[in-house]
Every structure is written in C-alpha cells, then in structure tokens.
Design a protein around this ligand. Structure first.
Ligand code: CO8
Length: 259
C-alpha cells in the first residue's frame, strides 16, 4: 500500500489521519483519495485507535480536489471514478469512532467536504472554508450538497454553494459550520485533547451512539426512535455496560476505564 500523501499516526489511543501534500495545498488527487480511504479503513480496523483527528498540518487543511488532474478528465472518466472519489470521504464519515477535523488554513471544496465528514470541527482562527466548485462550473461531489445543508440548514448551505464564497473562522462558527475556533497554533492540540477523552471510553457505546445519530438523521422520528431502542437493548449485551455500571456502583460516576 502506497502512503505518500496520507498517513495514519497513532499515539495514546488516538489516530491522526494526516494529509501531507504541501506543494499542492493538500489537493485531493486520485492518489490522495485512495490513500485517504486506506487510512480511514486502518483507523476503523485498529483496536488501538479509539478516536481520530483529521489534520492537514499547520498551513492548510486541503484546497479541494486536484483541479489540474480533474481538468483532464472526461465525463466517462468521472463516471468510472466518482464512486471512489466520494467513497474516500464516506470512508472517513463511516469510521465508527469519534472523529474531529482540525482545520488550519483553507478547507475548500473536497477539503471542506472532508471536514464535514468528521463528527465535530475545530478551526484555527486563520481557517477559511467554502465550496467553490460552482466557480469551476461543477458541483460538489463528496457530500457537500448533502452534509452541508444537514449541518447548517438549506438556506445557508445554498448561499455558500451558489456563490462559492469563502467563509472565515468567525462566520463559520456563527453558522455552525465549525464547533470551536482557537488560535492557529493550538488547533491540533485541542483536537487531540478532545479525541484523547475517548481513549479509555466505552467503544461499543460510542459506536452505537454515532451510528444511531447518523442513521437517525436520515429517517423519520418513529424510525429513529426504533433504531435507538435497538441500540439501547444491544449495548446491554456488551462488556462496556458491565464495566460502566459496576464502576458506577463501586467508584461513583465517570470513573470507568473501558478496555
Ligand atoms: N488543485 C490543484 N492544485 C492546487 C489546488 C487544487 N485544488 N489548490 C491549490 N493548488 C496549487 C496551486 O496551483 C499552486 O501550485 P503551483 O505552485 O504549482 O502553481 C499551489 O497549490 C499554491 O496555490 P496558490 O498559488 O493558488 O496559493 P494561494 O495562497 O494564492 O491561494 C487558494 C490558495 C485560495 C487555496 C487557491 O489555490 C485556490 O483557490 N485553490 C482552488 C480551490 C478550489 O477551487 N477548490 C475546489 C476544487 S473542486 C473540488 O474540490 C470538487 C470536490 C470533489 C470531491 C472531492 C473528493 C475528495
């Protein structure tokens, strides 16, 4: 497996999916898409990864799909590629563990869509987000037309998608596109600290909560509540439940260490 531009770095229960293609502002070429999908699969499979940070380094998160590469692709090229292209970002969205995007600098187009695939987004005060695809005469292709309106509402999403305008960190926070804004030098450390909370947290309960929230957002309330009932019953079969409740009774709340 090649991993020239995307690697999974694991320490203390947290996996960092690190984009590292600085000469092209971390542009998400076909190779980057494939490496991203592989890193997400590794983060999903590894038991020593309990939470994930997605980070592009101190200068840029990702300036979108690789426009130079895309400019040579025909309609049929894209028909052949589009599942894998979107699948790379979907693979991050489907990591069954808490995922935080740490955004320094630009998160544009596919870069913004990658941030949208995380559960929460922390932005540096120098972050700039946006979906400028329309300015290239194309649409978003990795969830921007779907995850963005679900996150910030259809009107705000359409404003960003129709105009392609860039949003600075303070506006991104105000419209709910990011969850926290911190000094640029601190954003990765803040994201790591958030993810580290889950290094000894209940993995099966977290997995069930994430799946229930994400699936619940796609269905009507009754179906969502039914999914919740199944999840709730299901966790009673897990070691997490035994560990958590025994620890509460013996030591009080919030002290359980989950294996
Ligand atoms: N693709 C390829 N190369 C890029 C990209 C990109 N998206 N962004 C920047 N680069 C390259 C530049 O061409 C330049 O290369 P070189 O030094 O060889 O000329 C280098 O990175 C530095 O860029 P700039 O000189 O432009 O740096 P600036 O600081 O002046 O500007 C910007 C930075 C604002 C980020 C500017 O480069 C820009 O607007 N980039 C394009 C942003 C964009 O339109 N993104 C959307 C792309 S379309 C898309 O993402 C569709 C999503 C489909 C799904 C994705 C699935 C993963």
């Amino acid at each position: 497996m090649t991993s020239e531009f995307v690697r999974l770095e694991v320490a203390d229960g947290v996996g960092t999916i690190r984009l590292d293609r600085p000469k092209a502002m971390n542009a998400i070429s076909i190779q980057v898409q494939d490496e991203l999908r592989d890193a997400a699969a590794e983060a999903t499979e590894r038991a020593d990864v309990r939470a994930v940070v997605v980070w592009g380094g101190e200068r840029v998160f990702a300036a979108g799909n690789d426009v130079k590469e895309m400019s040579t692709m025909s309609y049929t090229d894209m028909v052949d590629r589009v599942d894998a292209l979107q699948g790379a970002v979907n693979a991050v969205a489907r990591i069954p563990k808490p995922v935080v995007a740490a955004v320094n600098g630009y998160a544009l187009g596919g870069g913004c869509e990658l941030a949208l695939a995380a559960d929460v987004r922390f932005a540096a005060d120098n972050a700039v987000l946006g979906q400028p695809e329309v300015l290239l005469g194309i649409t978003p292709g990795a969830g921007g037309t779907q995850r963005l309106p679900r996150l910030i509402g259809p009107s705000k999403a359409k404003d960003l998608l129709f105009t392609g305008r860039f949003v600075k960190a303070d506006e991104a926070l105000a419209i709910g596109l990011v969850d926290r804004v911190v000094p640029a030098a601190d954003v990765y450390a803040e994201a790591l600290a958030w993810a580290a909370k889950f290094a000894t947290a209940a993995p099966y309960a977290l997995r069930a909560i994430k799946e229930t929230v994400d699936r619940g957002l796609e269905v009507d309330l009754e179906t969502g509540l039914s999914i919740e009932r199944q999840a709730f019953s299901g966790v009673f079969a897990t070691e997490d439940r035994t560990t958590g409740m025994e620890s509460f009774i013996e030591n009080g709340p919030g002290k359980a260490i989950f294996g």
